[in-house]
Design a protein around this ligand. Structure first.
Ligand code: ADP
Length: 207
């Protein structure tokens, strides 16, 4: 298998680009979805969190009240670390389980992890190749306000909490410049996909 990381800043069009790779046959693993999955009610990470923070962080349907938990951990670095120590190992286990499931089915799979903060969280060494989705800062802000209904101030705040996209460029093996039309992005995806396929064939010795 070939293990690729896909990242980008918020609003660069990462999910849109991930879908283009999926259409071509990539197995896309969505890290956000995974991190929600491991804290679903009664899952091991959920139990650890409720034991530690108490039932007051639960909603009536027993799901975790994320904004409330967020308030607690953003005000207290020790609690934040504690929360991470409940989530990260479970996330790793679930990730490994999904990779195993895919490679059992398809040993030549191209697995693409869609990870928003891949570079910030030091996950780079997990992957053989890194793809970065790039858009200008103005485009990021524009797409965030149009899609999520953020006002400019909260969009700017969120953007400023991430590593600037220009700085991320140096870590990428491939860049999708999502600064033009979707068709222009699709063309770049096609080129990168072909390279990934040939890399994966080289690895497995498939002609
Ligand atoms: P991300 O996952 O990076 O936050 P999304 O893929 O959800 O971003 O894209 C954010 C918004 O921008 C969506 O509404 C999407 O349809 C739009 N978008 C993405 N790429 C383009 C593009 N090349 N041109 C115009 N709009 C785009």
């Amino acid at each position: 298998m070939l293990h690729v990381g896909l990242t980008g800043g918020i609003g660069t069009g990462k999910s849109t680009i991930a879908a283009m790779f999926a259409k071509r046959g990539a197995y896309v693993l969505d890290y956000d979805e995974l991190s929600h999955y491991v804290v679903e009610p009664e899952k091991p990470a959920w139990r650890d969190i409720v034991d530690f923070f108490g039932p007051s962080i639960l909603r009536e349907d027993r799901t975790i009240n994320r904004p409330r938990l967020g308030e607690i951990v953003f005000a207290d670095a020790d609690k934040r670390r504690q929360l991470q120590s409940f989530i990260y190992p479970r996330l790793g286990e679930e990730y490994a389980r999904r990779i195993q499931e895919i490679t059992q089915k398809d040993p030549n799979a191209i697995i693409m992890a869609d990870v928003p903060l891949l570079i910030e969280t030091g996950m780079k060494s997990m992957f053989e190749k890194i793809i970065l989705v790039y858009a200008t800062r103005e485009q990021q802000l524009g797409r965030m306000t149009a899609r999520n209904g953020f006002d400019l101030e909260s969009a700017t705040k969120r953007l400023n909490a991430q590593m600037p996209i220009e700085e991320k460029l140096q870590y990428a093996d491939y860049v999708v410049h999502n600064t033009g039309s979707l068709a222009a992005a699709e063309e770049q995806v096609e080129g990168i996909w072909n390279e990934l396929v040939s890399l994966s064939r080289q690895k497995t010795g498939t002609p």
